[in-house]
Design a protein around this ligand. Structure first.
Ligand SMILES: [Fe+2]
Length: 249
């Protein structure tokens, strides 16, 4: 995890740090970003300076495609059966696992962080590979060779037919969205889910708390992320905006 304070620096330095984040798979937190940038200007920076292009495919609560540059993740007790609106812990996952041509970069802008809890958890692919190699060689082999189908889109147009780990380059993991129609796939997914759960309180996983006005930047294909539970009473006690961008290189 690298911290970059935008109030003490400039957009040129941010560009250098963002390139490193994309390339190395090390997450970047832009501290205080929303104090000097709004979401529109940040989008202009990604497009103009970084030459990224936006992937506006977002799926709504009914799993239908909606075109949106920024997708809001807001606590709402009336819709708390889904992670987008709940305050419960969210297990490790990729955001774009269900797309065969996913945008690499994911940005999470914290309009409002919860007062208590809501920390982000990160498990980098290089650490996952090292741990599996040491402790679960067969599982690693299965994750790199067994094809699975990951799907959210209800129309059937968008899905990802893939291995969960692609060599040593990328990972596509969403336990709940992976079809487990045969026993081999089900056993592998359950085992990997348990493996990830067992790592949460170890040094393999970074836990940190973004504050209001921060923007978290990740290369979604090179790490898994999740969040810890948080305290909230009213709608909007925690508000994030998420956007996805292609690197174009
Ligand atoms: Fe996520």
């Amino acid at each position: 995890m690298k911290i970059f304070d935008l109030e003490k620096s400039n957009l040129n330095d941010l560009a250098i740090n963002l390139k490193e984040c994309a390339f190395k798979g090390n997450p970047l937190v832009i501290k205080n970003a929303l104090r000097s940038l709004d979401l529109k200007r940040f989008g202009q920076f990604l497009k103009g300076r970084m030459k990224y292009s936006n992937d506006d495919r977002q799926f709504n609560l009914e799993n239908y495609l909606e075109r949106k540059k920024w997708f809001t993740v807001i606590y709402d007790k009336d819709k708390s059966s889904v992670y987008t609106h709940s305050k419960t812990r969210q297990p490790l996952h990729n955001d774009n696992a269900w797309l065969s041509d996913p945008a690499e970069m994911v940005f999470l802008a914290f309009e409002k962080q919860a007062i208590e809890g809501g920390e982000t958890t990160i498990y980098r692919l290089d650490n996952i590979l090292t741990d599996l190699q040491k402790e679960e060689k067969q599982l690693l082999n299965d994750l790199q060779t067994i094809q699975v189908l990951i799907k959210k889109d209800i129309s059937g147009k968008y899905f990802n037919h893939t291995t969960i780990i692609n060599g040593e380059n990328s990972i596509y993991w969403n336990y709940y969205r992976t079809e487990k129609s045969n026993n081999r796939t089900k056993i592998m997914c359950d085992k990997f889910f348990e493996f990830l759960e067992s790592k949460e309180n170890t040094n393999s996983i970074e836990i940190f708390k973004c504050k209001t006005s921060d923007i978290l930047c990740i290369n979604d294909t090179k790490l898994l992320h999740g969040r810890l539970a948080f305290s909230a009473k009213n709608r909007g006690d925690r508000i994030l905006h998420q956007s996805m961008w292609y690197l174009n290189n």
